[in-house]
Design a protein around this ligand. Structure first.
Ligand SMILES: Nc1ncnc2c1ncn2[C@@H]1O[C@H](COP(=O)(O)OP(=O)(O)OP(=O)(O)O)[C@@H](O)[C@H]1O
Length: 125
């Protein structure tokens, strides 16, 4: 068990970063949804460079891309935890997993809406 309030340690802080980057590596290399989101983000960013978005449009786009990544990473984390806690079917685990998936869906709809507002006028009008 960890000490209640350990002294500040720069080595521990660097280790925390290492663990977080390891989480990113797991998400992008091993998680199928992570790969799909990464591919979608690369396409959206490539298109944005081509269309020369304004600063505000970039801020909106990068914000929604980040929101989708954050939601999907937390969803994947919850799924992994739930699979350890309850490998067998449990009605409460269904609710937990469905709620986590709903968070991703909300962010994905937001990203679609913002992407549509930015790209549709530039591509079709
Ligand atoms: N142990 C369980 N108990 C109850 N329901 C479960 C359980 N495991 C999965 N489910 C149900 O199946 C759905 C899909 O679960 P799963 O863990 O396979 O997520 P997924 O979205 O398919 O995962 P992935 O990220 O691999 O695509 C959940 O949203 C939930 O409704």
């Amino acid at each position: 068990m960890k000490e209640e309030n350990p002294r500040f340690s720069i080595v521990d802080r660097i280790k925390s970063f290492k663990y977080a980057f390891n989480g990113l590596k797991i998400f992008f290399l091993k998680d199928h949804n992570g790969r799909i989101h990464f591919f979608a983000a690369v396409v959206a960013i490539g298109l944005s460079i081509y269309l020369k978005l304004s600063s505000l449009e970039w801020i909106a786009l990068l914000s929604v891309i980040s929101a989708v990544f954050v939601a999907e990473i937390i969803n994947t984390s919850i799924e992994n935890l739930a699979d350890v806690v309850s490998p067998d079917y449990h009605p409460k685990i269904k609710i937990v997993k469905d709620l986590a998936a709903a968070a991703v869906l909300v962010c994905a709809f937001l990203a679609l809406g913002v992407g549509g507002i930015i790209f549709i006028p530039k591509l079709f009008f």
